[in-house]
Write a protein of this length. Structure first.
Length: 293
């Protein structure tokens, strides 16, 4: 089984089609098609279902994908380990929740770039669930996620403690006014996609308020979320530090059990801790933000 075939297979699975995979891999479509067919022939079963909208994984393809991702990640890690001479340089892929990236990371990233300009750092935002999966399969070298996280293959560092607040339109001056003014199923919950820890926490809060059947509306960006709250489309749950002194919305304090959340920096325990990642962790620990566990 050729590693290049597995890398190609993973790209097609992730991007949903031959054309997009060829663009990402900087090759021609016929080469991608050939490698996928060769892998299917070697395994002896179809890995994709072909249809007019692209390609989706079969059951066999879904079972193969995590192994393909791990083998590709191990190959990348082996190259980085071999090149690692103790001087931080080369690529470093960090994942983060969008809220953390917006408020907590800019100064950290600036300091890291100043200290280690030879490192090509990339930052991608996603939900906690996707970030954990990305660290486990080697897509990310490390990621900022919402705790608690307990996994035998992950190391965690407590980075930040956040206070979550309920964010509403300006006309709602208190939680009691909101509850009185939205009887029945309650207001619409404005949320990020499934896998977001803050979404799960908001659903818990709504259940405690007696609104378990409230409508959900998914949004993809932090600016869009706050804008829709300001327009009185619904309410959301965000760290107080993210909302700051935004005068277009009101924030409402919750009880400690509902409000407290920890942001963790996670890395894969078995991964080679090469110099670029060590340098990033050192900057995090020296930033004045990180909290000793």
């Amino acid at each position: 089984m050729e590693l290049s075939d597995l890398v190609t297979f993973s790209a097609v699975a992730r991007l949903g089609g031959i054309t997009r995979a060829a663009d990402e891999l900087n090759t021609v479509q016929s080469n991608v098609t050939q490698r996928v067919k060769a892998l299917e022939a070697e395994i002896g079963t179809a890995l994709f279902e072909r249809h007019s909208r692209g390609m989706t994984l079969t059951g066999a393809g879904r079972r193969l994908l995590p192994y393909a991702d791990r083998m590709a990640a191990l190959s990348r890690e082996a190259v980085l380990a071999a090149r690692d001479d103790g001087e931080p340089k080369g690529p470093l892929s960090i994942g983060s929740m969008e809220t953390t990236a917006a408020v907590r990371l800019p100064s950290l990233l600036a300091e890291f770039h100043r200290r280690f300009p030879a490192v090509q750092l990339s930052l991608r935002t996603s939900t906690t669930a996707d970030l954990v999966a990305g660290v486990l399969n080697g897509k990310f070298d490390g990621a900022f996620v919402a705790g608690p996280i307990e996994h035998a293959e992950l190391d965690t560092t407590l980075a930040f403690r956040e206070e979550l607040v309920l964010v509403t339109a300006r006309r709602w001056q208190s939680l009691s006014a909101l509850r009185a003014g939205t009887p029945g199923s309650g207001p619409t919950a404005l949320v990020f996609r499934i896998g977001c820890t803050y979404r799960q926490r908001l659903e818990q809060v709504f259940s405690e308020f007696g609104w378990p059947s409230s409508a959900r509306f998914e949004l993809g960006t932090l600016d869009g979320m706050i804008g829709c709250v300001a327009a009185d489309m619904g309410v959301t749950l965000l760290p107080r530090a993210v909302v700051g002194r935004n005068e277009t919305v009101n924030v409402h304090t919750l009880n400690p059990a509902q409000a407290r959340v920890e942001t963790l920096f996670i890395t894969r325990r078995t991964a080679h801790q090469y110099s670029a990642l060590q340098g990033f962790v050192a900057c995090l620990e020296n930033s004045g933000e990180v909290i000793a566990a």
